[in-house]
Design a protein around this ligand. Structure first.
Ligand SMILES: Nc1nc2c(c(=O)[nH]1)N[C@H]1C(S)=C(S)[C@@H](COP(=O)(O)O)O[C@H]1N2
Ligand SMILES: [Mo]
Length: 388
C-alpha cells in the first residue's frame, strides 16, 4: 500500500473487498470477555463498528472471538452467486469424465462411507485488516475425496479434477475483440496429485450438524491449509479431465501479481491462490485487573508455527504465548496471548508477527509492496489502541 489512507478509507476498503457495501447492521452481542475484563478501543475502527450479518455475507467480530470453534451460525461467509436451492433428499453428487464408473451419490451414500474429522480454520484470500473478519475455524466431518475418486476409478490420462458448485450466474468472458455473456457455475480445480492426496475432504457437517446453506449444504470440498476459494460449496459435480480447467474463478479472479528479484532484475509473476500465507493479527487488547492482555490469531497453511512476537510502539519484539490447546490441530487457527505489563494511558501501536519452523517470517507491509494485487494480504498489521 503506497497511498496514504485514512482509517475510514481502510475500513471502507475492507468492507468493499468483502463485498459488503457501506451499510451494515449493528454489532451483535457476544459474551467474549472474561469476568472483569474490559475491551480497549482500537482507533483504526469507526466509533460504532457495523458488521454485516445478512443472508449472503457475514464477517466475524474478531474482538469477540471466545471459542476455538466458530459456531456454525457465526461462521464467516461469502459466495459469488448466492445460495442455490437444493433438495437434499434428491441431491446427487455427480462424478463424471475420465472415470471407469460415473457416480451419482446421495447424502446417504456419502454418509455410509468411512468418514473423517478435520478441524480446519481458513480465511478468504481477500481477508485483511483492520477487521480481518473473513476467517473462522470449524470441526468438519466428511468423506476423504480420494475415497470417492477411487470408487469412480480415475483413468490414467486424467490430469485435472474439477469441482463445480450448484450455484451459477451470467459471466462476461472476454476474448480478443469480443465479450460473450454466458452462464457459468462456480468452479475450481485441483491437479490430480493434489486431489488424490490424503487430505482433501468432501464435508457434509460442521461442528456436528449438517452443513448450513451458508457453509455449502449439502456437501463442500475442503482443501486443508488453502485459502477459502478452493473450498467449493454446494458441490454438484466432480469432473475428471485431461485438460486444464480455465474457468473464471480458477484462472482469472483468484490470482496474485507479485514481483521477485532474480539476479538483480525484477520479475513479475502471476500465481494462483492456493496455500494460506502465514498471518497473525491482534484481535483485542483488554484490561485485566492491573495489567493488560493482547490476544490474537494466527492463520496458516499447517506448517508448524515456531513463534509469535508482539511489539509495543517502537519497542523490541517480545515473545507471545501460543495457546497450546490450539496448536494440537495442524490446520486450525492458532491463538496467542501477550501479558502487557505497565501499559501507560494514551494511544499506543501494537503489532504482531509470526514465524514458522522453516524460518518464514510474516512480512511487513513495506516488504509486501512488491505484491500489486490485494489478495493474500498477510502483512504485519500495526494497530492503534487507546489504553484507558
Ligand atoms: N459454490 C461456491 N463455493 C465457494 C464460493 C462460491 O462463490 N460458490 N466462494 C468461495 C470463497 S471465495 C470463499 S472465501 C469460501 C467461503 O466459505 P464460507 O462461506 O464457508 O466461509 O467459499 C468458497 N466456495
Ligand atoms: Mo474468498
Amino acid at each position: 500500500m503506497t497511498r496514504q489512507s485514512t482509517r475510514r478509507d481502510i475500513l471502507k476498503d475492507s468492507l468493499a473487498l468483502a463485498g459488503l457495501g457501506a451499510l451494515g447492521i449493528p454489532q451483535w452481542a457476544v459474551p467474549a470477555l472474561a469476568q472483569g475484563e474490559t475491551l480497549m478501543e482500537f482507533t483504526d475502527l469507526p466509533d460504532e463498528i457495523k458488521l454485516i450479518r445478512g443472508p449472503d455475507r457475514r464477517i466475524i467480530d474478531v474482538r469477540h472471538i471466545d471459542s476455538f470453534l466458530t459456531p456454525a451460525d457465526e461462521f464467516f461467509t461469502t459466495q459469488h452467486y448466492g445460495h442455490p436451492e437444493i433438495d437434499v433428499s434428491t441431491y446427487r453428487l455427480q462424478v463424471s469424465g475420465l472415470v471407469d464408473k460415473p457416480l451419482a451419490l446421495s447424502i446417504e451414500d456419502l454418509r455410509s462411507m468411512p468418514s473423517r474429522e478435520l478441524i480446519f480454520g481458513f480465511e478468504c484470500s481477500g481477508n485483511r485488516g483492520p477487521l480481518n473478519g473473513l476467517s473462522s475455524n470449524g470441526r468438519w466431518m466428511g468423506v476423504p475425496l480420494r475415497a470417492v475418486l477411487d470408487l469412480a476409478g480415475v483413468q490414467d490420462e486424467a490430469r485435472e479434477i474439477v469441482f463445480l458448485g450448484a450455484d451459477h450466474g451470467e459471466e462476461e468472458v472476454q476474448f480478443r475483440r469480443g465479450t460473450y455473456k454466458v452462464d457459468q457455475q462456480y468452479g475450481r480445480s485441483l491437479p490430480r496429485d493434489k486431489a488424490m492426496s490424503d487430505e482433501p475432504l468432501l464435508a457434509y457437517s460442521l461442528n456436528g450438524e449438517p452443513l448450513t446453506p451458508h457453509q455449502g449444504r449439502p456437501v463442500r470440498l475442503l482443501v486443508p491449509g488453502w485459502y477459502g476459494a478452493p473450498n467449493v460449496k454446494f458441490l454438484a459435480e466432480i469432473h475428471v479431465q485431461r485438460d486444464q480447467y480455465l474457468g473464471k474463478y480458477q484462472a482469472r479472479w483468484y490470482r496474485t501479481l507479485k514481483g521477485e528479484m532474480v539476479n538483480g532484475e525484477m520479475k513479475w509473476k502471476e500465481t494462483a491462490i492456493t496455500r494460506m500465507q502465514l498471518k497473525s493479527f491482534i484481535a483485542r487488547v483488554t484490561r485485566r485487573g492491573n495489567g493488560h492482555n493482547i490476544f490474537g490469531v494466527v492463520l496458516h497453511d499447517g506448517t508448524p508455527v515456531r513463534s509469535v512476537e508482539v511489539k509495543i510502539d517502537d519497542g523490541p519484539w517480545q515473545p507471545a504465548t501460543i495457546d497450546q490447546e490450539t496448536t494440537r490441530e495442524k490446520y486450525s487457527w492458532k491463538f496467542f496471548n501477550y501479558a502487557w505489563n505497565g501499559a501507560t494511558p494514551g494511544e499506543h501501536t501494537v503489532t504482531s508477527r509470526a514465524t514458522d519452523v522453516n524460518g518464514v517470517v510474516q512480512p511487513t507491509a513495506e516488504e509486501l509492496e512488491v505484491k500489486k494485487t490485494f489478495l493474500e494480504h498477510n502483512a504485519q498489521l500495526p494497530r492503534p489502541v487507546i489504553i484507558a
